[in-house]
Design a protein around this ligand. Structure first.
Ligand code: HEC
Ligand code: HEC
Ligand code: HEC
Ligand code: HEC
Ligand code: HEC
Length: 401
């Protein structure tokens, strides 16, 4: 049974390699095909003139000269992508099914130096650096290949360096507009065409969702919303401010005054106005709109609660899609609350609550019930974290009478 859950995840990964590039091999696609060819090659020996600081792949080494990016990255989920939920599952998977375990690392810890085993023969990896392995998606995963630095054009759009490159730290930077494009993020946030699908839709389809909507047409890239002013924060469904920034939430009451015996009508509307893909894009979060009556004492009136769920709900074994009520850009969810009120002094409480890790809560519970082996302590820690991540993005009491 334990292996069935693992199998479910492993299946989900089959075909997750970089999405197929478009026909007209633009320079960006050519660069990205090389840059993200998985598994990434070891960096190899550093150039002889590199100081130990320039040769190091540790985020703190980069942070010596790029402190603001390090400070931002440290608060991001990219720095925690080898958290206990992933690491706890990998402990035994590395032995029972090393191929699947290594496939997880292509997104969660992509540098060759982060893999305990070499990809082809699954033998111990001579380039393995255990300290780096725990660092999730380090700076070097996005910026360093063969010890050479790659990055975006300067803010003025220029690509060339003013000083001779040999005089610059780490031999300067090779600049390319690929860093400004949504395609840069695609390899890890979009399954390939033959990847695991449910109900005819890929399990991870963020790039395609973006591509099909108005933000792509208007040229708004992933980075414009997730790295504003080039900041390395990557806020998403776990951040209340980020979620609020993408939604317009409104309420409407049918009439201003009511008497006992009247039927009241209140609507709560959540419109996706600045989310660049489905809200939410993954199967893991759950968003609940609710309305309920509250009496003078502040107690909820029993039986008065109604809910509307926004989610792509799937079964734990990923065999079936139960429902897909996610909002594409421009779409709205409406909770229309109508009810006869039998007394005065009531209020209607409207709220929108986000459970960013709802699927993982159920998944980790099931894993622990089966026995998570030597990963147990970490899975418990991960389960607790999924429970703590819940937050309210909107709450309003509307008085009646
Ligand atoms: C000894 C200081 C130093 C260290 C260590 C260092 N850098 Fe740099 N980095 C620089 C300087 C100086 C520049 C500006 C070079 C230029 O103007 O072309 C730069 C430029 C860059 C750029 C382009 C930034 C821009 O302004 O557009 C990137 C990306 C980059 N470094 C990444 C890294 C990464 C990743 C690491 C760690 C693996 C790292 N650097 C380590 C000093 C350093
Ligand atoms: C090497 C793979 C990789 C690349 C490249 C990558 N991501 Fe991620 N990203 C991940 C993983 C894995 C997570 C989940 C981390 C976790 O919670 O364990 C993640 C998490 C995120 C989140 C946080 C989601 C949340 O749940 O709140 C956002 C936002 C995000 N990525 C945006 C981007 C953007 C934008 C880019 C391109 C600039 C990008 N990512 C590039 C692998 C990647
Ligand atoms: C194609 C890239 C990709 C691959 C491969 C991948 N993941 Fe993820 N994973 C993500 C992204 C993106 C997220 C964040 C979105 C989400 O929560 O679903 C994530 C989130 C997670 C999370 C929840 C966040 C956390 O840190 O606890 C777990 C657990 C996880 N993945 C485990 C795995 C395991 C185990 C494997 C291998 C069997 C794997 N992933 C393979 C991209 C990937
Ligand atoms: C998931 C991929 C990813 C990771 C991890 C990452 N970066 Fe970046 N970085 C980018 C992208 C994409 C840009 C360009 C963003 C833009 O222009 O919108 C960028 C831009 C930069 C720049 C140029 C900033 C400027 O103001 O011009 C520097 C310097 C840099 N990164 C350093 C780092 C350092 C240091 C780390 C680790 C602490 C790091 N990056 C981690 C993707 C990444
Ligand atoms: C117009 C702004 C915008 C654009 C463009 C955009 N996003 Fe988002 N993204 C958001 C907002 C707002 C959220 C928070 C609400 C949510 O989770 O859907 C979010 C959430 C996320 C999450 C959290 C997981 C989840 O289930 O929602 C990930 C991962 C993510 N975005 C990745 C991407 C990637 C990759 C791209 C480019 C292909 C992209 N985003 C383009 C605004 C944007």
């Amino acid at each position: 049974m334990r292996s069935r859950l693992w199998l479910a995840l492993a299946l989900a990964l089959a075909g997750c390699a970089a999405a197929t590039s478009r026909a007209g091999l633009a320079p960006v696609e050519t660069f990205l095909a090389r840059h993200w060819r998985a598994p990434l090659a070891p960096q190899g020996p550093p150039p002889a003139r590199f100081s130990p600081l320039e040769a190091s792949l540790a985020p703190e080494a980069c942070g010596t000269c790029h402190p603001s990016q390090l400070a931002d990255w440290t608060t991001s989920l990219h720095s925690r992508s080898m958290g206990p939920g992933v690491a706890g599952q990998l402990v035994e998977m590395l032995e029972s099914d090393p191929g699947s375990a290594l496939s997880c690392l292509t997104c969660h810890a992509p540098l060759a130096e982060q893999a305990p085993r070499a990809p082809a023969a699954l033998e111990p990896n001579p380039a393995f650096d255990p300290a780096l392995a725990r660092r999730g998606i380090p700076c070097a995963a996005c910026h360093v290949r063969g010890h050479q630095r790659f990055g975006p054009p300067r803010r003025d759009g220029s690509l060339a360096s003013t000083a001779p490159r040999e005089t610059l730290p780490h031999g300067g930077v090779t600049r390319t507009p690929a860093y400004l494009a949504s395609e840069f993020c695609r390899g890890c946030h979009q399954f390939g065409r033959d990847g695991f699908a449910l109900g005819g839709k890929l399990l991870e389809d963020t790039y395609n969702e973006w591509k099909a909507n108005r933000f792509a047409r208007e040229g708004v890239q992933c980075q414009d919303c997730h790295m504003p002013d080039r900041r390395h924060l990557w806020r998403g469904i776990h951040d209340p401010e980020m979620v609020r920034s993408g939604l317009t939430i409104t309420t409407e009451a049918g009439a201003e005054r009511y008497r006992a015996g009247d039927t009241i009508s209140v609507t709560l509307t959540v419109e996706s106005t600045r989310v660049g893909h489905a809200f939410p894009t993954y199967v893991t979060p759950r968003v609940v709109l609710s309305a309920e009556l509250v009496d003078r004492a502040g107690e909820v009136v029993a039986g008065s609660r109604e809910e509307h769920v926004i989610a792509r709900e799937v079964t734990l074994d990923l065999e079936r899609e139960i429902a897909d009520t996610r909002l594409m850009p421009g779409q709205k969810a409406v909770l229309d609350y109508r009810r006869r009120v039998d007394r005065a002094g009531l209020r209607v409480r409207l709220s929108v609550v986000v459970y960013p890790d709802e699927f993982y809560t159920r998944f980790f519970e099931a894993l622990l019930a089966q026995g998570a082996g030597r990963g147990e302590a970490q899975i418990r820690e991960a389960l607790e974290a999924t429970r703590r991540s819940t937050f309210t993005v909107f709450e309003r009491d509307i008085p009646l009478t």
